[in-house]
Design a protein. Sequence first.
Length: 330
Amino acid sequence: MALIVQKYGGTSVGTPERIRAVAARIAKARVAGDDVVVVVSAMGHSTDELIALAEKVSPQARTHLREMDMLLTAGERVAMALTAMALRDLSVDCVSFTGSQAGIITDESHSSARIVEIRPTRVQEELARGKVVIVAGFQGVSRAKEITTLGRGGSDTTAVYLATALKAARCEILTDVRGVFSADPRLVHDARSYTELPLAAVLHMARHGAQVMHHRAMEHALQHGMTLWVGHSVEAEAGTWLRPQVTSTLPPVLAVVSAEDCSCLTIIARDEAAAAATAVASHAVAGQLTPSGPLIKIPLSGDEKTCRAALQSWHDALIAPQGPHRRYTP
Ligand code: ADP
Ligand code: ASP
Ligand code: MG
């Protein structure tokens, strides 16, 4: 019997039907004999909605950092309680915990706190009683007993830290796309999906703008050699393994990602040599490109349209010719 941590993102728990589907998936893992810890994000766009609500009440809402954290942690709390109810309806014994109850201890930085320690005593006690434990993602408590949040997308980080602290066999990140692709499949036509990728490559992707994984989750997974599986929360079989090392042969160019503010693109190559060769081969179209390790940065003008067009054309030039791949069908 293995211990697995499953994290469900906002879209995956976005409606009552989806919460019931998530509960059914958790129940399946339980029936298969695994111990399961579940981390949930806030439903759908509820974090954005709470931010908008705060701004309607107070134009300076974003400066009220402590109170924003008190507000936003409510989103995950709603999702955890509803998921626990749906799971109980399937006769699966379970309990939900806030980040604080689960022993997620952070520093004091409201809105972008770092996890400094996990004290998962209550989680372990409930697992020992045979329960599924559902934890609210994206939140913790500081040593001064203040409630904190981990930054946007931080539920991934909750999941990976819990997985390492509990010595889980793996951490599954269940989301709205079928794994990690060579570019954001919602922006780039024909993006390539991978069956496996090295953790280090996905850390680069996360640091340079790929939303699919939170960069601190990837840093921690790499540091602890934790195997992750990123997959679709409904289509059970499709997904990407993220491992310290992979056994399959990877193509020279793995991904193209755009910065959130559209100020640049980053090409992520398999290794330094592949980046150097890619820079030389691209010279005629882009002028001199200077790789930094396995990365090549391409500055952009900063508007969304230019960014999207550049993403597609660099993907067409570098990744599309690299051979057959599983196509993304939304
Ligand atoms: P969740 O709410 O499940 O955490 P996110 O929206 O944070 O989901 O992350 C999933 C999204 O990441 C996808 O819908 C996709 O648009 C985006 N994304 C960006 N880059 C990539 C990539 N390289 N591979 C897969 N998805 C990506
Ligand atoms: N709900 C938070 C957000 O929208 C955290 C997360 O989804 O991981 O950023
Ligand atoms: Mg996310």
